[in-house]
Write a protein that binds this ligand. Structure first.
Ligand SMILES: *Cc1c(COP(=O)(O)O)cnc(C)c1O
Length: 581
């Protein structure tokens, strides 16, 4: 510890080479390509990677995990910086009500090794953080943690505890990066909760030899802000007083403190407003989202986002047999990037093979379901050729899990006619009473109907395993966000990649391709949409019962979406944007 009581300030020779700054300004872009000492760094408050002990909340964390895995496959030097949460939440259904169970998690059990401690200052105290890491070839997860760090998204979003978590990740994570001897080639901020990492860098530069403006330009040119939210106003605000307690004590440069203090309006600040200023590079997560995200900078001008649609790690999410089939047909290359002529090769897909592959997927699903009773406590095992519809996603209002249950008579007649099952799974956010009540209502509707009771199944504690099982083992995916509210969504990609038919509204990443690429749900109001949804469910059921339709729809979906789905395509898009040739 130096006399300032801080561990993370280093003498000038250890920091950015000031000459590189002038390079950057001259070339108007990034100074250097990525190297093992100067990796791509990815900052995220949420990582959903259960194999490594980290259970995120949803898509944001899944994306982070997939991005690292794809970087590993593509040989890109990559460091993911994130908190390791000492607790995780499991959900179970007790008398029709979702209950949370909090379980301790130890990083030692997941192969992380302790590196050293770093400190952040908050409220007059020094908080000690463990720096831990786990290496995966050319990539690693670098995490900070301490026993009182809390759970993901614990506390309200503008609360002291959240600010502490975000400050600890930003300043602590930046110190951790220095501790392991790395400098970032680029800092990708996965949403604004990671703003403090870029602030830590700005402060380091500005207090070690660059003047403030140079430091700001340099930081801006090396920082990418990836936005996943549509409406800025929905974001929580922090107060000046909170910043004085948690943030300012960690800053060394007077100019940076002054810059930050000037950003408050009525003593409040949204992190997006300062993230927009500190990051010259900005991206949105689908074509539609990048266009409609409504963000203003401090001057009131609309912020432009580069569209880079999310992708998935196909090695993680696609049934190995299906992946081999794609390779056999030359649809994808060794890093799962679609080949130049993949759309032509997709014509060779046959319904016979699709059915065979889905039977293998069904066995996988049945295996996973052995430990996952439904709402009646029943262990489900499905016949290899029975038809399964599924809805698997976080239970939030705009995703409308309740929509198919608005006309239970109609739903019943469809399930009966095609001898089909409907599986519903999704986590309710802790404390979200509205969605908890909605789920309760769905379960009541189902329980009241003798037929639905045995054919609609709710599975609690939605997680990666269930997401995988349903992707490989179901037949038809239902995705119904209110149009305009889904930033991208990735669960539908897992379905398309596993040869399920997709029924969806035209939103998020689905809207990257034309409306005619899948079984589209549209309408002037919700009643119309509902009617179309039931028609689409019938069409999907009919398609699964005849080879001609099945082949046609599968080919059409895959040719429209294979590039979108590919995580390698996504990482290449980021690299092209960040390091233009
Ligand atoms: C894929 C996945 C998500 C992402 O869901 P979207 O609703 O498509 O954003 C969330 N949670 C889990 C467990 C997943 O596997």
């Amino acid at each position: 510890m130096n006399e300032d009581g801080l561990y993370f300030y280093h003498p000038l020779e250890n920091i950015e080479d000031v000459d590189l700054f002038y390079d950057a300004v001259e070339r108007k872009h990034l100074t250097r390509a990525i190297s093992p000492e100067r990796p791509y760094t990815y900052w995220t408050i949420e990582l959903y990677d259960q194999k490594n002990g980290l259970r995120g909340g949803g898509g944001l964390g899944i994306l982070a995990a997939d991005t690292r895995r794809v970087a590993e496959q593509m040989g890109v030097p990559f460091v993911l910086v994130t908190p390791f949460y000492p607790f995780e939440t499991k959900q179970k259904l007790v008398n029709g009500i979702v209950e949370d169970e909090h379980l301790p998690v130890s990083y030692v059990d997941f192969g992380f090794k302790f590196v050293d401690n770093v400190f952040v200052k908050c409220c007059g105290n020094l908080c000690k953080l463990d720096v831990i890491e786990k290496n995966f070839r050319n990539t690693r997860i670098l995490a900070i943690t301490e026993p009182n760090y809390g759970e993901l998204y614990s506390g309200l979003s503008g609360s002291d505890h959240r600010l502490y978590q975000e400050v600890a990740l930003g300043f602590g994570g930046y110190a951790a990066l220095k501790l392991v001897g790395l400098k970032p080639a680029i800092m990708q901020l996965n949403e604004v909760a990671t703003f403090f990492a870029a602030l830590a860098r700005l402060d380091e530069l500005a207090s070690n030899g660059m003047d403030f403006y140079e430091a700001m330009v340099y930081t801006r040119k090396h920082t990418l802000y990836t936005n996943h939210t549509l409406v800025q106003a929905a974001e929580a605000e922090f107060s000046r007083e909170q910043f004085e307690r948690f943030v300012v004590p960690n800053l060394k440069s007077l100019a940076v403190k002054k810059w930050l203090r000037d950003k408050f309006y009525n003593d409040k600040l949204r992190l997006s407003s300062v993230t927009i200023e500190i990051a010259e590079l900005r991206s949105g997560v689908s074509i539609l989202h990048a266009r409609v995200a409504n963000y203003r900078d401090l001057a009131g001008d609309k912020v432009k986002f580069k569209a880079i649609t999310n992708g998935i790690d196909m090695n993680t999410w696609v049934l190995p047999d299906i992946l081999s089939y794609y390779r056999e047909l030359s649809l994808i290359d060794e890093v799962n990037l679609p080949t130049h002529d993949y759309a032509i090769y997709a014509e060779k897909i046959t319904a016979e093979r699709v059915r065979e592959l889905k039977k293998i997927g069904r066995i996988e699903l049945n295996n996973i379901l052995k430990n996952r009773p439904d709402q009646n406590g029943t262990i489900l095992q499905f016949a290899e050729d029975s038809l399964i519809f599924d809805f698997k996603r976080r239970f939030v209002d705009y995703k409308r899990p309740e929509l198919p249950f608005k006309n239970p008579v109609r739903l019943r007649s469809i399930l009966k006619k095609y001898d089909a099952h409907y599986i519903l799974t999704g986590r309710v956010h802790a404390g979200d009473e509205r969605m908890s009540a909605k789920l309760g209502h769905i379960l009541e509707v189902v329980a009241r109907d003798d037929y639905l009771k045995g054919h609609v199944h709710y599975l609690a504690d939605y997680d990666e395993k269930l997401a995988y099982g349903l992707s490989v083992g179901a037949n038809v995916a239902v995705n119904l966000p209110i149009v305009g509210l889904e930033a991208c969504g990735t669960s539908w990609m897992k379905d398309v990649a596993n040869l399920n038919l997709l029924i969806s509204t035209h939103d998020g990443g689905v809207a990257d391709a034309p409306i005619s690429s899948y079984l589209n749900v549209t309408g002037l109001d919700e009643d119309e949409e509902l009617e179309v949804l039931y028609q689409r469910m019938e069409e999907a059921a009919v398609a699964w019962s005849n080879d001609f339709d099945l082949e046609f729809l599968t080919k059409r979906q895959l040719s429209a979406y294979l590039p979108t789905i590919s995580g390698a395509r996504m990482l290449n898009d980021y690299l092209d944007y960040l390091f233009p040739k």
